[in-house]
Design a protein around this ligand. Structure first.
Ligand code: PSU
Ligand code: MN
Length: 288
């Protein structure tokens, strides 16, 4: 049973060497729970479904790896480039490779201010797999992101919670439907596919309580980071990596520790869901 993992969190989400440590630790969690980790990336124009530890390390160290969303994959392949894959690109590649479940940290979404909406959202509306995340990234407009998920028909559930988690913190004040266990989530995917729907089942899994950061602290670092963003004049696809790096700076590394913890927590849940999906799909094949 395979669990997909993305590579942009390695190249653009976490600093070196915590990025390599986290990526390898995520892979180990899948293995310890009887799954096969599949970290996805593009190496010199070749899609790699299951990077080796050496490839992960090389990508983590490299300065100029391109951050590829699904719309940039064709460019990377045609130009034989090195690229890490975001949630949108990883979800698509996982689905094409018959992988049903994918764990990440935070999904992209709606940025406050001038129009900037992640292609993660669009992709989640047309790729029928389970995606486990700790909420939209804290730097985003959370109510706006939740509303767009509704508009484009993405199934969103909270894992054993009734409130949307907010990445570094467990609460956002935004209510959402609750999922009770991994089998129930697997069943949602089965039912959704039976209905002929194309959307992902997006599972928001709150960060473990001991790594939670209060909304007040996050807000303070976010304001400082947004000021840095305005001063630096950064825009486009650099916005998210820039803000995550500034959050790490202002929090003196606390956001990095929390980010690692929520990623590991999501991988564990994704692996459990993956086993349930496998049981259901193998039952179906036997009964035909
Ligand atoms: N989750 C994290 N850190 C990250 C990301 C997710 O904990 O860096 C990455 C994902 O790859 C996601 C991307 O798809 O950030 C979103 O970028 P943008 O807002 O530019 O679409
Ligand atoms: Mn963007």
């Amino acid at each position: 049973m395979k669990v997909a993992l993305e590579s942009t969190v390695i190249t653009h989400g976490l600093p070196y060497p915590q990025n390599v440590e986290t990526a390898l630790s995520m892979e180990n969690i899948v293995r310890e729970n009887s799954g096969v980790p599949v970290t996805i990336g593009v190496l010199a124009g070749k899609i790699k479904i299951g990077m080796t530890a050496d490839e992960i390390e090389r990508m983590a160290k490299e300065e100029n790896v391109f951050k590829a969303g699904v719309r940039e994959l064709s460019i990377m392949l045609a130009q034989k480039r090195w690229a890490s894959t975001t949630v949108s690109a990883t979800a698509r590649l996982a689905y094409l490779n018959k992988i049903h479940v994918f764990a990440t940290g935070g999904i992209g979404g709606v940025h406050p201010g001038p129009w900037d909406v992640s292609m993660d959202l669009m992709e989640l509306s047309r790729t029928p797999i389970v995606v486990v995340s700790a909420g939209p990234k804290a730097i985003l407009d959370l109510p706006g992101t939740y509303e767009i998920l509704e508009t484009i028909g993405v199934t969103v559930v909270g894992y054993q919670v009734d409130e949307m988690p907010a990445f570094y913190s467990r609460s956002s004040g935004i209510g959402l439907p609750r999922a009770n266990d991994p089998a129930e989530i697997a069943e949602m995917l089965m039912q959704s596919r039976k209905l002929g729907l194309t959307n992902a089942i997006l599972v928001f899994n709150p960060i473990p309580a001991q790594y939670e950061i209060s909304n007040e602290e996050v807000e303070r670092w976010k304001n400082l980071s947004n000021q840095d963003l305005a001063d630096a004049g950064v825009s486009g696809k650099q916005v998210t990596p820039f803000l995550l790096a500034r959050m790490a700076h202002h929090s003196e590394g606390r956001t990095v520790k929390s980010n690692r913890s929520l990623l590991e927590n999501n991988v564990l849940l994704a692996t459990q869901i993956g086993h349930e999906i496998e049981k259901m799909t193998s039952r179906k094949i036997r009964s035909i």
